[in-house]
Design a protein around this ligand. Structure first.
Ligand code: ADE
Length: 418
């Protein structure tokens, strides 16, 4: 078996971390048990490009239990947990190509190694596999029945491909499932981003001015948690509806040019490029701490920062100092890469439980129904989404009501008034 990881000696540590994560993943565990019995993915090759974390290991073990052959690479050079990569190779027998801190060439080489296994299903977090298949590895297209995509950024890319008529196989947008973005993006990113910033800096958020760029589901989670820790939160937006929601949720909203002058912490989560630019860095306060929690490291104009400020060195793990000509310092976290996975461990297992249940069931759905699907981006079927919510509630010991016959009739009628 071919693989490329940092250190096989870390496998036992990886195993106990994965065991710990599994304790908070009841929905995925129940799918794994069914997969073990039914083998719905028998003979299907899955190529996965995901953050190599304990939760991803649980997903890989679930797919393998379902009969899939898997190869895994990282979806970000800085997010790999090397002990988990070692666990997957040693204990699960899964080829992993991922080393924390890998350079650009190694990162793309690893994606290529996964594609060398000729996957039938692609499983992406950021659309890197699909992009490479459509650009450099077109010969693989006939063997691919479809793919899944985990994140907002990837889904935006896929929709652009479908709109341009270039998408060559059906894709399922896992991100768009309610049991994914309403929980993973909001509560997962909310907690893990604050966790990353606090682990990297050990600074107090209470009493600080915390600028959140964007007000999508991820940014909402971060704004909510920063406020909960006592920060004065400012939101920047380009969408008038979202900006209005932020105002009514109790945040100050203003353009980044104004926020740049008063923020102590900055975090971008917009999915767009160059959200904080040179002119914004130039007006920041001495000591401003700047980070990104969006998928790609493009939201901060780091080249612009380097043009305007002199590199002062790595002053602490994950913190680079930049000195403006008048002596003010700006601190960049994790080289602008997603702070929640670079400086912390990503979203907690209990929220990834639902995201990865969507991934596992979407892979099963593609295996069964791909012949009926077009080359477009699909949502996760509503029945799957609702079943995941039901299973999660059950695991939490929460019961809910169901409609009475009378209520069902009322909802289907148009002639009953007061
Ligand atoms: N994305 C965010 N958090 C994650 C995690 N814990 N595992 C995999 N992907 C993630």
């Amino acid at each position: 078996m071919k693989y490329h990881i940092a250190d096989m000696g870390l496998a036992d540590r990886g195993k106990s971390s994965v065991d710990w994560a599994n304790k908070s993943m009841p929905v995925l565990n129940s799918i794994k048990e069914r997969f073990e019995r039914e083998k719905p993915l028998k003979g299907v090759r899955v190529g996965a490009c995901l953050h190599v974390t304990t939760e991803t290991a649980s997903l890989m073990d679930t797919l393998k239990a379902g009969g899939a052959e898997i190869a895994l690479c990282a979806s970000n050079p800085l997010s790999t947990q090397d002990h988990v990569a070692a666990y997957l190779v040693k204990y699960s027998g899964i080829p992993v190509f991922a080393i924390r801190g890998e350079d650009r060439d190694t990162y793309y080489g690893h994606i290529s190694s996964v594609l060398d296994t000729k996957p039938n299903i692609t499983m992406d977090d950021g659309a890197d596999l699909v992009t490479m298949v459509h650009s450099e590895r077109k010969e693989l297209i006939p063997g691919i029945i479809g793919g899944t995509e985990e994140t907002t950024t990837g889904v935006i890319r896929l929709r652009a491909m479908a709109a341009d008529g270039v998408l060559q196989f059906p894709m399922i947008a896992v991100n768009d499932a309610d049991t994914k973005h309403l929980f993973d993006n909001r509560y997962g990113t909310g907690q893990s981003t604050i966790d990353g910033i606090v682990r990297a800096t050990n600074r107090l958020l209470a009493g600080s001015v915390f600028v959140v760029c964007g007000y999508g589901w991820c940014s909402r989670g971060v704004a909510m948690r920063a406020k909960g820790m006592g920060a004065d939160v400012i939101v920047t937006e380009i969408d008038p509806i979202r900006a209005l929601e932020a105002v009514m949720d109790g945040y100050r909203v203003m353009p980044i040019a104004e926020a740049a002058e008063i923020g102590d912490f900055f975090c971008t989560l917009t999915g767009n490029i160059n959200v904080i630019r040179k002119e914004h860095f130039q007006v920041m306060k001495d000591g401003a701490i700047v980070s990104n929690s969006g998928h790609f490291n493009v939201e901060l104009d780091i080249d612009g920062l380097k043009e305007t400020a002199e590199y002062g060195g790595r002053i602490r793990e994950h913190i680079d100092e930049y000195r403006l000509p008048d002596g003010r310092n700006i601190y960049l976290l994790a080289e602008g890469r997603l702070i929640n996975l670079a400086a912390a461990e990503g979203h907690p297992s209990s929220v990834m439980d639902m995201s990865f249940a969507n991934q596992a069931l979407s892979a099963e759905y593609l295996t069964e129904f791909s012949k009926d699907l077009e080359r477009v981006v699909y949502s996760v079927p509503t029945e799957i989404d609702r079943e995941i919510a039901r299973l999660k509630l059950r695991s939490l010991g929460v019961a809910i009501d169901s409609l009475t016959e009378e209520q069902k009739k009322y909802l289907n009628s148009w002639d009953m008034g007061t």
